[in-house]
Design a protein around this ligand. Structure first.
Ligand code: COA
Length: 198
């Protein structure tokens, strides 16, 4: 997957200050999924238009009800990892299968990942999830859930099918399978230690 050149990325959180960087990436990517604006895991239903989704995301940023790492290549935002508490991100896929096997809810969940199409295979998603886990540690840590797609024993898939991330990436970052919630989708968990005093 990786290209041969080692690239160094920096990360920032999505805030009022970085909104324009995030918006530039979304707009350059046709709104992401034709206008999702990364609203899918948030509590409100999808808007009828891309503009409604954009406005909804903007409101989350203004209210501070979104946690999202942005990855930069120089000054350009090239990807993100959305994460948050279950209250911030209640709308995960396969809700019935998820609920049927659910125990204690996690403190945190990782929602969606996105890397701009020209930057894939260079470690952007890895940088994004790694930074999200650091931010979770600084916020007190806890059980973190992700809902990635199985990669192994399956024919190669385009990145578009991995909006919740490839399982291999989460395995690499210490997550283990908890249970299956769709043919190729798993609940994976890991505990992030409290790093707030560090
Ligand atoms: C899935 C996605 C996030 C991966 O991003 P990326 O920056 O290319 O991933 P990375 O380069 O950090 O890859 C890290 C690891 O993930 C795995 N991986 C990444 N893309 C993969 C793919 N298409 N197939 C299988 N495994 C993949 C590999 O294990 C890889 O490690 P390696 O490079 O050592 O092999 C990207 O393809 C994407 O954005 N797809 C669209 C998702 C989307 O539509 N999101 C919208 C949400 S609203």
């Amino acid at each position: 997957m990786s290209d041969t050149t080692e690239r160094v990325f920096t990360t920032r959180m999505l805030t009022d200050d970085t909104w324009d960087d995030f918006a530039a990436l979304v707009e350059a990517s046709n709104g992401v999924w034709g206008g999702c604006w990364c609203i899918g895991f948030h509590p409100e239903p999808f808007g009828e238009t891309a503009l409604q989704n954009r406005d909804a995301k903007r409101r989350h940023v203004r209210r501070g009800t979104v946690h999202q790492v942005l990855v930069y290549d120089g000054g350009d935002c090239v990807g993100w990892c959305q994460f948050g508490t279950p209250a911030e991100l209640p709308d995960i896929k396969n809700p019935a299968a998820y609920a049927s096997g659910a125990g204690e809810p996690p403190e945190w969940r990782i929602g969606c990942l996105f890397t701009g199409s020209r930057h894939r295979g260079a470690g952007v998603a890895r940088a994004a999830v790694t930074a999200a886990l650091s931010a979770i540690a600084q916020a007190g840590g806890g059980v973190v859930e992700a809902y990635p797609e199985q990669v192994e024993d399956r024919k190669p898939q385009r990145g578009a099918y991995f909006h919740t991330g490839p399982e291999t990436l989460f395995t690499e970052l210490g997550f283990v399978r908890d249970r299956r919630i769709a043919k190729w989708r798993w609940v994976m968990r890991r505990v992030v230690p409290d790093g707030s005093a560090a």
